[in-house]
Design a protein around this ligand. Structure first.
Ligand code: FAD
Ligand code: UDP
Length: 367
């Protein structure tokens, strides 16, 4: 006889894991969590490499949020190390703070502006754009052509395979502009990494008698062998509907890891390379953890058009396809769609957590 569950949850990233935990511990529901990869954690997964250094398998992941409820929730499963993310961009042979701030402008232009000086300078070079329609407009209207070219144009092309004018404003709006010397990458109230790694956080979150985990399993392979009342799907939405409205575009990445015989390789955890090389950035995860180790591991990120789907592409043509899938999804009464791939939204980790906490509230209220 087929095993019986209340919920089948597809995908063990933050979206799928949070909803599984909530249903299992708060509503005493029996959950089967199915994950295609050999581990839980989704793209946030980290692990020790062959040299014994904790690395992020799918690119640098720093947790940051302004939501008190999300922060309280994730604090139940991990202690956080207080890491504050800082990024440098390699431009014209210099390593400069990104987001652009007072130091960036002064160093690149060899000026000595104060806060008012930089405001006046940027006011004189920014482009007057009426309605902001795309990611190029966002940057030009803040800092003008010169800084757009140096920091955004080529990086965006590498990252997305299109120039910023083809992307919706939300992409470059993620990067603030600062008139002072604040060089934090994120400006959120809470920020950090789990002291003993994301993989431990997920282990603790999913350690519940009501949760059964099936790894290395595409849900389509087992769906007919499992009995369940509801499905919560966090994988790519077009895959769920067998691409009936065409394939959605996703951006993928290739991660090239290298272990070096030096204690540290670079000044900060992430250095972006907008104009040089085929990769967008080099990440050195020892900066996140302060792990004591005589060697270090770095990873270069090469964006790619095909491969594992990592990023929904925020552009109009993709939004039109997604809208058709959303129409299909809304017709299904026993299936919920949540997360970055299922909702085709450029979520950060905290937004995926928030979405699942809210979905849980909706489900709990309907019972
Ligand atoms: P995912 O983590 O993608 O989880 C979905 C899971 O579903 C995957 O494990 C997948 O294998 C599984 N799955 C898919 N299809 C199937 C199937 N058919 N059957 C079974 N399982 C399936 N966010 C931040 O907040 N801070 C950062 O610094 C940050 N950096 C990032 C860097 C990179 C390179 C990337 C790609 C993303 C980054 N993010 C960051 C975003 C973060 O990864 C996402 O917000 C988060 O992973 C979303 O969680 P999710 O559960 O929706 O999706
Ligand atoms: N971006 C850029 N240059 C940079 C950093 C970011 O052009 O040095 C642009 C690029 O389009 C990128 C977007 O801003 O995709 C958002 O950056 P973020 O770091 O938030 O991207 P993610 O963490 O999702 O890779």
């Amino acid at each position: 006889m087929a095993a019986q569950y209340d919920y089948l949850v597809v995908g063990a990233g933050f979206a799928g894991s949070v909803i599984s935990e909530r249903l299992a511990s708060e509503l005493n529901k029996k959950v089967m969590l199915v994950e295609r990869r050999p581990h839980v954690g989704g793209n946030s997964y980290d692990c020790y490499d062959d040299a014994g250094i904790l690395v992020h398998k799918y690119g640098a992941h720093i947790f940051h949020t302004n939501h008190d409820d999300v922060w309280q929730y994730v604090n139940r499963f991990a202690q956080w190390n207080g890491y504050v993310h800082r990024v440098l961009a390699y431009v014209d042979g210099l390593k400069l703070p990104i987001p652009i701030n007072l130091t960036t402008v002064n160093t690149l232009l060899r000026k000595n502006f104060d806060e008012q000086g930089i405001r006046d300078y940027l006011a004189s070079v920014r482009v007057n754009i009426g309605e902001i329609k795309n990611s190029r407009d966002v940057v030009l209207s803040q800092v003008g052509e010169f800084f757009y070219e140096k920091f955004f144009k080529n990086y965006t092309y590498k990252q997305w395979g299109v120039y910023p004018e083809a992307l919706s404003p939300e992409v470059t709006k993620r990067i603030p502009l600062r008139f002072n010397t604040d060089d934090r990458y994120f400006g959120d109230k809470y920020e950090g990494l789990p002291v003993d790694g994301f993989f431990k956080l997920f282990d603790r979150m999913l350690d519940h008698k009501n949760i059964t985990i099936a790894l290395n399993t595409d849900y389509k392979k087992i769906i007919n062998d499992v009995k369940f009342d509801y499905l919560i799907y966090t994988g790519p939405i077009d895959y769920f509907f067998d691409n009936m409205h065409g394939e959605l575009p996703y951006r993928s990445q290739r991660f090239e890891f290298e272990t070096l015989d030096v204690e540290y390789y670079q000044e900060v955890a992430v250095v972006n390379y907008p104009n040089d090389h085929l990769f967008t950035k080099i990440t050195e995860s020892k900066h996140f953890t302060k792990q004591r180790h005589p060697r270090t591991t770095i990873v270069r990120e090469f964006p790619e058009a095909t491969g594992e789907p990592y990023y929904p592409v925020p552009m109009e043509s993709a939004a039109a396809i997604y809208a058709k899938y959303k129409g299909e999804a809304d017709k299904l009464k026993t299936v919920y769609f949540a997360g970055r791939l299922a909702e085709y939204k450029y979520y950060n980790m905290d937004q995926a957590v928030k979405r699942s906490l809210e979905l849980f509230q909706t489900i709990a209220a309907s019972k």
